[in-house]
Design a protein around this ligand. Structure first.
Ligand code: HPA
Length: 271
């Protein structure tokens, strides 16, 4: 374990965080409010947790909230670090390592994304089944041990995906699965890049998720990920994304995501 993660773990223990977590949920742009309904939360700013990111993006609060939610022990991460902020694909490494050290049954990532599908429009949810990373960046570059050769088959855990789909079914909420293609950002994609992404098999494009999944899989965490579609990707069906639109649609679509996460947590398998 890195010394930063050790220090963060000690700080969490000093705040009374002891029991393993049933799940940790990373809240993306505009989704931080989903953590508001925790009972007896312990709230710690990322600034007080060594190795955690220092979010620079509006819509990312930068706080860890741990407590009980839907009868489960849950950590919400309000905001994430992105590769595009400082060019570091390991922006979430310290946070993910700390969660793994704490003992965490499932890591669920949420993130805004642009859609390349006619049946997925602003406000809809997509369950990520797999990703494409052609960035040339990987958070495990520079790790000098054999565990860097992470198997990425079923990286998006089939069991968690089934639980998320079952939760959506109980709510009558459509949750189609799709492939997420990671672009570095922070500029949005060009229409030509979006056409390329579609030809390569992407259903949605976004600026996060993939490096976090790679980091988490190295540590053996089970991962699930849900995209909140905030727009059609640039040039697709008239898509012309802006960050303001991402934040505005994320805020309106957050209700559906909140319901999905509640239902997922209620139904989650606990050891
Ligand atoms: N592209 C990349 N990231 C995004 C988009 C998009 O169209 N929408 C929300 N996040």
């Amino acid at each position: 374990m890195t010394s930063a993660a050790k220090e963060s773990l000690a700080i969490l223990r000093a705040h009374g965080v002891e029991a393993p977590l049933d799940a940790a949920i990373v809240l993306g742009t505009g989704l931080s409010d989903l953590a508001a309904r925790m009972s007896e939360p312990v709230v710690i700013s990322y600034a007080d947790l060594p190795g955690f990111p220092r979010p620079t993006v509006s819509g990312h609060a930068g706080r860890l909230v741990i407590g009980r939610h839907s009868g489960r022990r849950v950590a919400f991460l309000q905001g994430r670090g992105h590769y595009y902020e400082d060019g570091d694909p390991r922006a979430m490494a310290g946070a993910i390592e700390t969660l793994a050290a704490l003992g965490c049954g499932a890591l669920v990532l949420t993130a805004a994304a642009g859609s390349l599908r006619s049946d997925l429009g602003p406000g809809d949810l997509m369950l990520i089944a797999d990703h494409i990373n052609l960035n040339g960046r990987n958070p495990l570059i520079g790790v000098h041990s054999d565990d860097r050769f992470v198997n990425m088959i079923d990286a998006y855990d089939p069991g968690l995906r089934a639980q998320l789909r079952a939760a959506a079914l109980r709510l009558g909420l459509p949750l189609p699965e799709g492939v997420y293609m990671w672009f570095s950002g922070p500029s949005f994609e060009t229409p030509a890049e979006v056409r390329m992404a579609g030809l390569l098999g992407a259903d949605a494009v976004g600026m996060s998720v993939a490096p976090e999944v790679i980091l988490a899989r190295r540590l053996g965490l089970r991962v699930g990920a849900v995209s909140l579609i905030t727009n059609h990707a640039a040039g697709y069906a008239g898509g012309a994304p802006t960050h303001d639109q991402t934040k505005a649609i994320a805020a309106t679509g957050a209700n559906a995501l909140a319901s999905l996460l509640d239902a997922f947590l209620e139904g989650i398998d606990t050891p």
